[in-house]
Design a protein around this ligand. Structure first.
Ligand code: FEO
Length: 404
């Protein structure tokens, strides 16, 4: 059984999807699986670009053997050594000991750490700007350090105009037959999970991503073929622009507000709901609201890359801030998110420590703190509602420059 897809002249998709997996990297929830993409060229020489996760190895090898149809495999190009792409290198070498592995020096070091027995394999070391021709197809190698590991490189095939972009432009989610991105409802279908993938997997390395995007923008692109998610034949400007925005830590939607609240018994949630209602009454129509205990942190991190203004509402817990809010804020800081407006609501039934604890975690990030904030004990009292109105006004004011 094999199921490859011709994506361009002499170029095939040979990857597969795993719909049983529930956590990517054993950390990030997947709503509908994950795809692990690999590619194969048939030309005067043959070449495979990257292997796949072990979970997809059966179909991957069946596709390779079907397409090669007895021909030798001349090259394996390794763009990324993380095991979700490199796990099958050892098994591929057992089937095709004739192959030359094309990779950069750091990737070779990583490869030999994972596969110490491959020290005698044939290697072709490449660096920035090196070329490799396999007939009518010509590869150029573009180093992309820290997108997502330090050894990452992209491979650009000039004849077909395909950028093999490793993790860059990847999305969470399995593929369903069509390996190409659909134009139908592009943002909802692709951008949302691309953002969550970027924010959580690559988001910490914005400076390096921006440097690589400059190189990508100079390429004559006809296709972007990542290692996860669909292949793109259009929307290149949109994709590169989104990556540049995220990598610069600028909000993607300057009029968007996220209310992230923690609530043990519902009273802090009520305060957050009142604030959201006031914002809506004042004309804010791009409001997202999350209970940080219910929503996985990966979504909160992704939303933090999208919005301009964030409301943090949380109760005291163990003399600090509620643990789920603490987890989110540590993730926020670790991903170097900055250039955001932050408003606070704290609930201290027996001590008001939540805001101070949140500020301490956020210390050193480049954030603008909106005033006033609300501190209440157990429940919001009627006379405190005016303070929530003032917070809503401050948020509306903070959004104004983007709306004019
Ligand atoms: Fe999809 Fe960094 O591996």
């Amino acid at each position: 059984m094999h199921t490859e897809t011709l994506i361009s002249e002499g170029v095939f998709y040979i990857g597969a999807s795993d719909r049983r997996i529930s956590l990517f990297e054993n950390a990030f929830p997947l709503e509908n699986g994950m795809s692990y993409n690999g590619y194969l060229f048939l030309d005067e020489k043959t070449a495979v670009l990257d292997t796949v996760d072990e979970s997809c190895s059966r179909l991957y090898f069946a596709n390779i053997e079907h397409l090669l149809n007895g021909r030798p495999l001349d090259y394996l190009i390794v763009n990324h050594m993380e095991p979700d792409h490199a796990a099958c290198i050892g098994a591929l070498l057992l089937r095709h000991p004739e192959v030359t592995i094309v990779l950069n020096a750091m990737a070779k070091k990583f490869l030999l750490n994972y596969f110490p027995s491959l020290g005698n394999a044939k290697f072709l070391l490449v660096k920035e700007g090196d070329h490799l021709s396999i007939g009518t197809h010509n590869f150029r190698f573009v180093m992309a350090p820290m997108v997502h590991w330090p050894e990452v490189m992209f491979t650009f095939e000039a004849t077909e105009g395909i950028l093999f972009s490793a993790d860059a432009f990847g999305t969470f989610g399995a593929l369903a037959g069509n390996v190409f991105a659909t134009d139908r409802d592009f943002d909802a279908a692709h951008l949302s999970e691309m953002r969550r993938y970027y924010a959580n997997i690559v988001g910490k390395f914005g400076e390096q991503v921006n440097a690589v995007m400059k190189k990508v923008a100079a390429l004559d692109l006809k296709m972007i073929a990542p290692l996860h998610g669909p292949i793109y034949r259009s929307h290149f400007d949109k994709l590169i622009s989104a990556y540049k925005t995220w990598a610069s830590y600028e909000p993607e939607e300057a009029e968007a507000v996220m209310i992230a609240y923690a609530s043990v018994y519902g009273n802090t949630a009520d305060a957050a709901t009142y604030l959201a209602t006031k914002l809506a009454e004042k004309g804010v129509d791009n409001i997202a609201m999350y209970d940080v205990s219910k929503t996985d942190c990966s979504y909160l991190i992704a939303e933090s890359f999208r919005v301009k203004t964030i409301v943090l509402a949380a109760p005291t817990y163990n003399g600090g801030v509620f643990v789920k809010m603490e987890d989110f804020l540590h993730g926020f800081v670790n991903h170097k998110i900055r250039n955001r407006n932050i408003a606070f609501i704290e609930n201290g039934s027996w001590a008001s420590t939540a805001k101070a604890s949140m500020l301490k975690i956020l210390e050193g990030s480049n954030l603008t703190y909106l005033e006033p904030s609300l501190s209440f004990a157990s429940t919001v009292k009627e006379q405190q509602l005016a303070k929530l109105d003032e917070i809503a006004d401050a948020i509306v004011y903070s959004l104004k420059p983007a709306q004019e």
